[in-house]
Design a protein around this ligand. Sequence first.
Ligand code: ZN
Length: 96
Amino acid sequence: MFFIGIFGITQKEYDLDYEYSGVCEKCGEIYKYEVIVTYNCFHFFFIPIFKWGRKYYAHKMCCDEYYEINEETGKQIEKGNNVILNHTNMNRIYIN
Ligand SMILES: [Zn+2]
């Protein structure tokens, strides 16, 4: 159809810098999180018009666990503030 490619919605993602690490209480290794932001983007002729539905995720590499970070904490990480991720600001998600 003609409109496909002119208007569109895509989901985008990128990594955030998150340097904090510590000792994993589960496996005893030094843990490190990969922090990812995803959002939806409405575009018109490849120009992003607006973005919504921002979500923040963390991947704990030692135990291969995924978490959804609450929005406020995610924003803090995005601003480069020093935030410690733990069970109070993120929830485990299960990916099969
Ligand atoms: Zn671990």
